[in-house]
Design a binder for this molecule. Structure first.
Ligand code: AMP
Length: 395
């Protein structure tokens, strides 16, 4: 079956058409500047990539163009829309309502809408993607796959904050966690690589991208993760601060004459390694700046690695041990400097870095030495494939 995977943002829409039998990507692409002017990049397998400007007054127009390109005689990969068997939608927040993926019905749409307050930037856009697809493909079954669902197995002690319990009861303020599709995919793959069942392993997955989070996966289930109510918590990221003393918010507001939402904006968009280094949120730029002797770039990298190492220690304690560690996403898969920096803190676990293997990037490879007590691997993530698999499994 061909599954169309849709990841809809407020002004963008990423898609992949995946043949679920061979797990091959038939086409992928990105619509940008939706509601502004509209730009499409479409890459069909085995054919040239097409880039074009095309008006996209709303998301429905973007989906319409995607469907046209997929069936186009020159740039397409299928003859008609009948060849799309299902659509899998990435949904950022499922709150406590969704502990797994689900077939989309009117009731499900209503329940997702009720989670909008928890992810005001993402969920409404995800819902628009669903509505647009339903309009254009009313008879095709659709599945919602949630970033938060995998973490619904966390115990209370991990997801409750130390604040008055009524805030949890009234407003559902708690840790939810994100990147669940990736953490689930990578932890399962880690078990396969090691020839074990997920139920036999304690794995720490380090999803280090522009957004970054760590997950403790015990017996195949998420037992803790570093992002919280929102994706701002936890690790120091590209532009996000990660965990800070909450009193800092009032302090910056007062000193910098900013509103609370302006301070949150600073923590989301001007912080992280970009804010510390003053160079960039991109680790390739950080690497180059460090090589050129930029001291603050070096400090930013140190802050990033130190925080990751702290979480690895914390999750080893939470699971009373660790059997495997996996690095994934843009930085985790590609950045040798960050990985080496993190390894410097892992000696107490008997973990040793294979410096030659660590030079590899973007491929599935063990980067710890053979005599390392805990195997450490690069395991490339594939959230679209995970969504396609979930979609097929549910249908
Ligand atoms: P993601 O959010 O998973 O797409 O990750 C994006 C980040 O991955 C970028 O900001 C880069 O810092 C990092 N990255 C991607 N490719 C490379 C590379 N070849 N070398 C080093 N870092 C990379």
């Amino acid at each position: 079956m061909n599954v169309l995977v849709i990841n809809c943002g407020s002004s963008s829409l990423k898609y992949q058409l995946i043949d679920s039998d061979s797990e091959q990507v038939l086409a992928k692409g990105l619509c940008e500047r939706i509601k502004i002017d509209g730009r499409l990049k479409h890459s069909p397998a085995g054919k040239a990539t097409v880039e074009m400007d095309s008006p996209m007054p709303d998301h429905t127009a973007a989906v319409e163009l995607v469907l046209k390109m997929l069936t186009d005689s020159e740039h397409g990969v299928i003859r008609s829309l009948d060849e799309i068997g299902a659509v899998g939608h990435r949904i950022v927040h499922g709150g406590e309502k969704f502990a797994s993926s689900t077939i989309i019905t009117d009731e499900v749409i209503e329940a997702i809408t009720e989670c909008n307050d928890l992810a005001p930037l993402h969920n409404p856009a995800n819902l628009i993607g669903i509505e647009s697809c339903r309009k254009l493909m009313p008879d095709v079954p659709m599945v919602a796959v949630f970033d938060t669902a995998f973490h619904q197995t966390m115990p209370e002690k991990a997801y409750l904050y130390g604040i008055p319990y009524e805030y949890y009861e009234k407003y559902k303020i708690r840790k939810y966690g994100f990147h669940g599709t990736s953490h689930s995919f990578v932890s399962k793959r880690m078990a396969e690589i090691l020839g074990k069942k997920p139920e036999e392993l304690k794995t720490i997955v380090c999803h280090l991208g522009n957004g970054a989070s760590i997950c403790a996966v015990k017996n195949g289930k998420s037992v803790d993760t570093s992002m919280g109510l929102t994706p701002l918590d936890g690790l120091v990221m590209g532009t996000r601060s990660g965990a800070i003393d909450p009193a800092v918010i009032e302090y910056i507001a007062e000193k910098g004459k900013k509103s609370i939402s302006e301070v949150i904006d600073v923590l989301n968009k001007e912080s992280g390694v970009a804010g510390v280094s003053g160079v960039s949120s991109d680790f390739r730029d950080l690497d180059n700046a460090i090589l050129a002797g930029n001291e603050r770039a070096k400090i930013a990298m140190d802050v990033f690695c130190y925080r990751v190492a702290q979480y690895i220690g914390s999750y080893t304690a939470a699971m009373n041990g660790v059997d495997a560690i996996a690095f994934t996403a843009g930085v985790g898969e590609n950045n040798a400097t960050a990985r080496a920096g993190i390894f410097e803190y892992l000696g107490y676990l008997g973990i040793k870095l294979d410096t030659e293997k660590n030079k590899l990037r973007g491929e599935e490879v063990q980067i710890s030495t053979d005599d390392s007590k805990v195997p450490v691997w690069i395991v490339p993530t594939n959230e679209e494939l995970a969504i396609a698999r979930e979609t097929v499994a549910l249908l």
